[in-house]
Design a protein around this ligand. Structure first.
Ligand code: WQD
Length: 340
């Protein structure tokens, strides 16, 4: 049973990916420093799969700790690297925190992988690298634009670091997965998105407003050049996204990759406006959402949704779950955590 390291494995996408890895029979080791996640997530994963992953509380910013880890776990066959800070606004306020936490950690992990006979690396990237793409849907060949935030810059730099390392490494094979907008939760409602403080992202703000934690949702602008005036995004169910990570890892383990650095967009291929997301939520929950139209948010792109052909035909993955599925699961999760 291949041992797979999942860094940031107690986070939103990481925890859902650990569940899918265990379902596929992988042995999973999670590294997480619990700075943006809770140890209770480990119980949620175990409750779903019946298998408790190995967990090591470790801060990847400590190079010696990373070296120690790989001395102990030198039988790791693959790494899925989620560990990073990911709040766009916070990255503008505190860029050095982002460059240290998102770049140094990546370098330390890659340095250890370079000592292994074979290393398979899946990198958590983001459609943020495209900025406002000139053409929609967005393909993997769309130009990477100057980042709108230090967070987005760390994803662009991260991909470059991996690409340059793969060029001179005989044993490193990597895939960068550029997520669109991950939403929803596992159907069991035992794991889900756990934003700390006021949610920056749309869907947790919707569910927290509906449950009464937030007074009202502000829709950031309805004067964009779109059908209903609100921004368009590609909302992909986190379980579909998690499954894509397993498919990408299996591609590398089976040496099916065409080059030793590949990039795939992960989205549904369908764009949904903010108002359409609100309507989807109201439809599946039966709730009437309290929202108002507010000024635009700086840094928002008008529209972004994925061209899915490469992921479908080359990676051999496509999304199955719908926006309604995502909203229903997000609502079920919100109600579950408020019952605690
Ligand atoms: C979606 C839409 C907002 C909140 C970000 C990161 C991206 C990835 C996903 C990490 C936009 C609108 C939002 C609110 C609103 N994160 N909105 N009211 O900005 O597309 O992507 O999160 O990898 O890298 O950039 O997601 O959910 O913040 O916003 O109207 O209270 O919802 O204006 O149009 P975004 P989001």
């Amino acid at each position: 049973m291949s041992k797979i390291l999942v860094t940031g494995g107690l986070g939103f996408i990481g925890s859902h990916t650990v569940v899918e890895l265990q379902k596929e029979g992988f042995e999973v080791v999670i590294i997480d420093n619990l700075s943006n996640s809770s140890i209770n997530v480990l119980d949620g994963i175990t409750a779903i799969t019946g298998k408790k992953p190995i967990f090591e509380k470790l801060d990847l910013r400590e190079k010696s700790a990373v070296q120690e880890f790989f001395k102990t776990h030198n039988d790791v066959k693959g790494v899925i690297h989620f560990a990073a800070s990911k709040a766009v606004g916070e990255s503008v306020e505190n860029p050095l925190l982002y460059y240290e936490n998102n770049i140094n950690t990546l370098v330390y992990v890659l340095q250890e992988l370079n000592k292994l006979k074979e290393a398979n690396f899946i990198f958590s990237s983001s459609c943020t690298v495209y900025g406002q793409a000139d053409e929609l849907p967005i393909t993997e060949n769309a130009p990477v634009k100057p980042a709108e935030s230090p967070y987005g810059n760390t994803k662009q730099i991260g991909e470059e670091i991996i690409k340059d390392t793969c060029k001179v490494s005989a044993q490193l094979n990597a895939i960068a997965l550029r997520y669109f907008n991950p939403v929803g939760s596992h159907e069991s409602a035992l794991i889900g998105e756990l934003p700390i403080g006021v949610p920056q992202n749309l869907v947790p703000f919707i569910t927290q407003t509906a449950i009464g934690l937030r007074e009202q949702l502000s829709v950031f602008g309805d004067d964009y050049p779109t059908e209903d005036g609100t921004c368009i995004r590609d909302y992909i169910h986190v379980v579909d996204l998690a499954k894509a990570h397993v498919v990408a890892l299996q591609r590398l383990l089976a040496h099916k990759n065409e080059t030793n650095f590949e990039v795939f967009n992960l989205g549904t291929g369908t764009g949904s406006s903010v108002l359409e997301v609100i309507k989807s939520f109201e439809r599946v929950s039966g709730e009437t959402l309290n929202y108002k139209i507010a000024p635009r948010r700086a840094g928002d792109v008008i529209a972004a949704y994925a061209h899915t052909e490469k992921a479908n035909k080359v990676l051999g993955w496509k999304s199955d779950l719908t926006l309604d599925d995502a909203m229903a699961s997000a609502w079920k999760w919100e109600k579950h955590i408020r019952e605690q």
